[in-house]
Ligand binder design. Structure first.
Ligand code: 5GP
Ligand code: ZN
Length: 112
């Protein structure tokens, strides 16, 4: 999608601190970290949010979770939280599916 920040980051048109990339998935550090380790894993394909996952596009979501596991291992973190905000009330500010990976501090539950 031409007007999407994360499509542009995945395409390398906007710079980011990249952790991992393959043909389907891109992982990069969040610009405003909320934990000592905070990065985002996104599909390169434009999917607006978790609410738009379907049988036709869910393979790339599974791939995102494989990358979450492999990048966590690569970064040496074994305890972490995965978050995907879906919709404004839930805190979504970028309308391209992304999974936050947060680690390196105690987490509270329930989340705010
Ligand atoms: P959301 O608020 O949609 O759950 O998460 C969007 C995340 O993207 C936020 O944590 C925000 O800090 C991050 N973000 C927004 N713009 C940029 C950017 O240009 N580069 C990077 N690396 N992260 C960004
Ligand atoms: Zn997009």
């Amino acid at each position: 999608m031409s007007d999407c920040l994360f499509c542009k980051i995945a395409a390398g048109e906007i710079p980011s601190k990249k952790i991992y990339e393959d043909d389907l998935v891109f992982a990069f550090y969040d610009i405003d970290p909320q934990a000592p380790v905070h990065y985002l894993v996104i599909p390169k394909q434009h999917i607006p949010s978790c609410a738009a996952i379907t049988p036709e596009n869910s393979a790339v979501v599974a791939r995102c979770f494989e990358v979450i596991a492999s990048t966590a291992k690569q970064l040496g973190i074994s305890e972490f939280r995965v978050v995907s905000n879906c919709g404004k009330q839930a805190g979504q500010s970028v309308d391209h599916l992304h999974f936050h990976v947060l680690s390196g501090r105690d987490m509270t539950w329930p989340p705010g």
